[in-house]
Design a protein around this ligand. Structure first.
Ligand code: SF4
Ligand code: SF4
Ligand code: SF4
Length: 578
């Protein structure tokens, strides 16, 4: 069953969710984060960390809307509602839920009060060296999966949500119970409880309110017009299903269980502290593991743990309130101090068992780990940077994930960078062309050997140390590529074609120098040969013309003389004939 996952996101090289996950329950292969159901404790920390807000929570809205149509549904509302919705007390909230179709709504703190009493009993029994609270399902799952050594300290008591559901069920045997709160982990806990029909997050509830046009202001006025004690507001529908009231509401111990959703809230709910224990609160997934590890070596600690920093008011599906966590604390304190205490009496058995669980991962051998490490060039201990860039705290943890099919070798950022750089360097250094990379002020950041040889300087600082920078400046300003053909480098007497490519993303210019010296020299030689040939041709033609003219003139004279002689001969012959 899917409770939480990520939508399609651009995860390449991000790994922020993985870094924030206390139990590394995220599969990062193919550049897309995916939650590993069997490992996940549903703390929701990763979804808060995601910069692309790629959270996808299993949505119970449609199913609960259906329930509201056909059944008599009672809501158990986590006391964190005050921080998320900013209402003045529970009544406006309750009225809004009734408009939505709930038969009635009650505060889960009633269940929490019973849970506190159970904790007190366990503390007073003297049977526990330490006792860990069981109110946070994410923490409970973390202990069941990953901290078997301290499982014996986890209070064998239902969470306040399940406790309240049991109380409501005893009171209204035919009612369907739905939990409403800021927590994703409670969705799974509700499904596994066998007593809660569904769990709505505050985010889902907000969606339902706006879909039905219900505002809490409207609810406020309704509540002002008709303030009511639980029994009268409960309404006909609930009275109809309340076959027997097994739970007494008028007697018992009054506890400040409305404090539960804030840090140290469980400890604050105690009216008296059983002796022999230090009462310590730890919140935030970052401290979860170390706190549980510490417990192995000490005795006499009552440990209140919440996976969320600041406890449930800061849950993964809480509605961020403008005053933040401080405002949330103030609201809860004010409300708890002025509202009636939560009464715990005559409730059903809240005993439960938290069994050890296994995530089912493979435990790799040392050789397997070494072989994966070697794939990213980590053959010596000092190669293991343990930088955390891949999302895992150590290189060995990441190797474990690769072997289990949760990660890819290529996620090692320093290795991939080094590889890309060395590949890039090989290509650049072996290029037949000169390559220069400079910034927009033409300050050179990279120059390969070929470019240095062409310009005759090993490490020039600026482009204008190499050649006239006018065209390069224009390219940098306009962002449009430019070229200069057959540019002469005076220092080396080389000719280069210069191709200037602006790299917008990098705010840089790539300048490629192609050596065309041979071609330029060949062209010049060819030109000279052509010019020499022309000049020779010209002189030959001139000479030929001269000869031709001489021949012509000689030929002309001879012809004239011949003509005269022949005429003379003709005339003589004519005279002879006469
Ligand atoms: S919900 Fe918590 S345990 Fe699950 S993947 Fe996210 S950070 Fe990890
Ligand atoms: S935090 Fe995780 S899910 Fe979000 S973009 Fe980064 S890698 Fe993807
Ligand atoms: S060196 Fe690589 S494998 Fe090791 S922690 Fe850093 S990114 Fe992860």
């Amino acid at each position: 069953m899917f409770y939480l996952d990520f939508q399609k996101a651009n995860c390449k090289n991000c790994y922020k969710c993985l870094r924030s996950c206390p139990v590394k329950a995220i599969d990062m292969r193919s550049s897309q984060a995916k939650i590993i159901e069997s490992r996940c404790i549903l703390c929701g920390h990763c979804t808060k960390a995601c910069p692309q807000n790629a959270k996808s929570v299993h949505d119970d809205t449609a199913a609960i809307e259906k329930l509201l149509e056909k059944k008599t549904v009672i809501a158990s509302v986590a006391p964190a509602f005050l921080a998320s919705f900013g209402t003045d007390g529970f009544e406006p909230f309750r009225a809004a839920l009734k408009k939505l179709g709930f038969a009635d709504a009650f505060e889960t703190s009633e269940g929490a009060a019973a849970v506190t009493l159970e904790y007190k009993k366990l503390l007073m029994s003297g049977e526990y060296d330490n006792l860990i609270t069981s109110a946070c399902p994410a923490v409970n799952r973390a202990i069941q999966l990953y901290h078997h050594d301290v499982l014996k300290y986890l209070a064998p008591v239902d969470s306040p949500m399940v406790a309240h559901a049991k109380i409501l069920r005893a009171r209204y045997p035919k009612a369907t119970i739905v939990f409403i709160g800021p927590c994703i982990a409670k969705k799974r806990e509700a499904a596994e409880s066998g007593i809660i029909a569904g769990a709505l997050t505050f985010e889902e509830l907000t969606g339902l309110f706006s879909k039905r046009g219900i505002t809490l202001e409207t609810a406020d006025s309704a509540a002002t017009a008709k303030p009511a004690a639980r029994k009268t507001v409960a309404g006909d529908k609930v009275r109809e299903v309340a076959a027997t009231a097994e739970v007494s509401e008028s007697s018992g111990t009054a506890l400040a269980a409305k404090f539960y959703p804030i840090s140290r809230g469980i400890i604050k709910s105690f009216d008296k502290f059983p002796e022999g224990y230090e009462y310590i609160a730890v919140d935030g997934v970052d401290r979860l593991s170390s706190a549980l590890e510490d417990l192995k070596n000490i005795k006499g600690v009552f440990l209140e743990i919440n996976a969320c920093e600041g406890a449930c008011v800061n849950g993964p599906c809480a509605i961020p309130h403008r005053g933040g966590i401080v405002d949330a604390n103030v609201r809860i304190r004010n409300y708890t101090n002025r509202a009636p205490k939560d009464v715990a009496a005559g409730y059903p058995s809240l005993a439960t068992t938290y069994k050890p669980m296994v995530a089912g991962d493979r435990v790799p051998t040392d050789d397997e780990i070494e072989s994966v490490l070697a794939k990213t060039g980590k053959t010596r201990k000092c190669d293991e940077l343990n930088c955390g860039a891949c999302g895992y705290a150590t290189c060995r943890e990441k190797a474990w994930a690769v072997i289990n099919g949760y990660a890819e070798v290529e996620m090692c950022v320093p290795y991939m960078r080094e590889k890309a750089e060395s590949l890039g360097n090989v290509i650049i250094e072996n290029s037949p062309n000169g390559i220069i990379v400079c910034d927009e002020q033409l300050k050179i950041s990279e120059i390969n050997r070929r470019a240095a040889a062409l310009i005759g300087q090993a490490s020039p600082e600026y482009v204008f140390d190499c050649f006239d920078p006018t065209t390069a400046f224009k390219a940098a300003e306009s962002g449009v590529g430019a070229r200069m053909d057959k540019l002469r480098i005076d220092k080396t007497d080389k000719y280069v074609d210069v191709n200037i490519v602006p790299l917008a993303k990098e705010n840089s210019l790539l300048i490629v120098l192609t050596d065309v010296t041979d071609k330029v020299n060949y062209d010049a030689e060819l030109d000279k040969v052509k010019r020499d040939t022309l000049s020779v041709t010209d002189s030959v033609i001139e000479k030929q013309m001269r000869v031709a003219q001489e021949i012509a003139s000689l030929l002309g004279e001879t012809t004239a003389e011949t003509k005269i002689a022949l005429l003379k001969l003709k005339n003589a012959m004519i005279e002879d004939k006469n």
